[in-house]
Design a protein around this ligand. Structure first.
Ligand code: NAD
Ligand code: UDP
Ligand code: UDP
Length: 317
């Protein structure tokens, strides 16, 4: 049943000033809910939520999820965590703390309030996968001591905490493994491939491809992803996840660069740089579980999503 027909809830969104969190809050506010956004603005930005400040159903709280939080809410979405490799590797100890202590504190809150809690997990729990496409029952191939481990293992430990709070304390959990998502409000300098390519093309700089560009990713547009999060959150309490959310269309990084060049009309070249350590070779979600459990699949293809994102970056510059 669409949420419009449910009673108004007070909902906590951690990481709500970030790219995905701010889109999620827009949807929750449009559905008539009250939203408390808790964010320490580490990678998020006030401009992502400034259009909400006049709304009496919106409240911003500058808060670090590594610290306990006492509030009264009906639901929690836990998204607080730097997400791009450049950002999460900047202070890796802080990244692990944010994932693990953030999950612990939000689970403690959900336990006390007996409320439902969503966790933004990631396809990174699969590491550099040996199984393709990735299904939820694949346990992954993660280097526990590499430069990506602060994020990958932090998110894996957060999943462990979610499932132990569920088994041990009966907390109502929803865990989504989110695959590469892009769209308006991505941080221009966050180093992720879509924002890098678009920014470079619009500036007239060469596009930087790491390695030979044959590695693959599957790119999901933000609106599709938020729809998936909401459907998962509204599913019955038997559905805990983990469930993959992402677009199953797979592209090489080189073909992404070619699409960005075509859509922007930029006359720039491609420059190859070294491949970062532990960069996964391939990534594509198997989304059968999301399809069969709550009827979700992405509706916006890469060309359409890129066009909308390019329009945003043009206007934002
Ligand atoms: P983002 O960096 O734009 O947003 C993260 C938000 O969390 C920011 O507003 C940041 O300030 C906040 N934050 C970071 N540390 C915090 C802390 N200690 N306390 C409070 N707030 C803190 O990234 P995003 O792409 O919007 O990602 C949101 C969530 O989704 C993250 O948990 C990320 O791991 C997950 N995710 C995103 C993707 C993707 O492709 N965008 C893929 C997989 C998982
Ligand atoms: N916690 C919180 N808000 C609450 C309840 C708990 O931030 O309303 C934190 C609490 O400080 C602790 C964590 O959540 O660090 C786990 O709490 P829980 O009660 O599950 O375990 P314990 O306090 O026994 O470690
Ligand atoms: N990448 C690239 N050029 C860039 C930024 C990233 O070729 O300017 C590559 C990166 O090496 C990886 C892919 O694009 O293979 C996706 O990188 P991103 O940082 O967006 O996400 P993740 O590696 O976490 O999937």
């Amino acid at each position: 049943m669409p949420r419009l027909h449910q009673s108004r809830k007070r909902i906590l969104v951690t990481g709500g000033a970030g790219f995905l969190g701010s889109h999620l809050i827009d949807r929750l506010i449009a559905q008539g809910h009250e939203v408390i956004c808790a964010d320490n603005l580490y990678t998020g930005a006030k401009r992502n939520i400034e259009h909400l400040h006049a709304n009496p159903r919106f409240e911003f709280l500058r808060h670090d999820v590594c610290n306990p939080l006492k509030l009264e809410v009906d639901e929690i979405f836990n998204l607080a965590c730097p997400a791009s490799p450049v950002h999460y590797q900047h202070n890796p100890v802080l990244t692990t703390k944010t994932s693990v202590l953030g999950a612990l504190n939000m689970l403690g809150l959900a336990r006390r309030l007996r409320c439902r809690i969503f966790q933004a997990s990631t396809s990174e729990v699969y590491g550099d996968p040996e199984v393709h496409p990735q299904r939820e029952d694949y346990w992954g191939h993660v280097n526990p001591v590499g430069v990506r481990a602060c994020y990958d293992e932090g998110k894996r430990c957060a999943e462990t905490l979610f499932f132990d709070y569920h088994r041990q304390h009966g907390v109502d959990i929803k865990v989504a493994r989110i695959f590469n998502t892009y769209g308006p409000r991505m941080h221009r300098m966050d180093g992720r491939v879509v924002s890098n390519f678009i920014t470079q093309a619009l500036r007239g700089d060469d596009l930087t491809i790491y390695g030979d560009g044959t590695q693959t990713r599957s790119f999901c547009y933000s609106d599709d992803l938020v729809e998936g999060i909401l459907r998962l959150m509204d599913s019955s309490s038997q559905v805990t996840g983990p469930v993959n959310l992402g677009n199953p269309d797979e592209f090489t990084v080189l073909s992404l660069a070619e699409q960005v060049l075509k859509l922007t009309g930029a006359r720039v070249r491609i420059r190859h740089l070294p491949l970062p350590e532990d960069d996964p070779r391939q990534r594509r979600p198997d989304i059968s579980l999301a399809r069969s459990t709550f009827g979700w699949e992405p509706a916006i293809d890469l060309a359409e999503g890129l066009s909308r994102t390019i329009a945003y970056f043009r206007n934002a510059s």
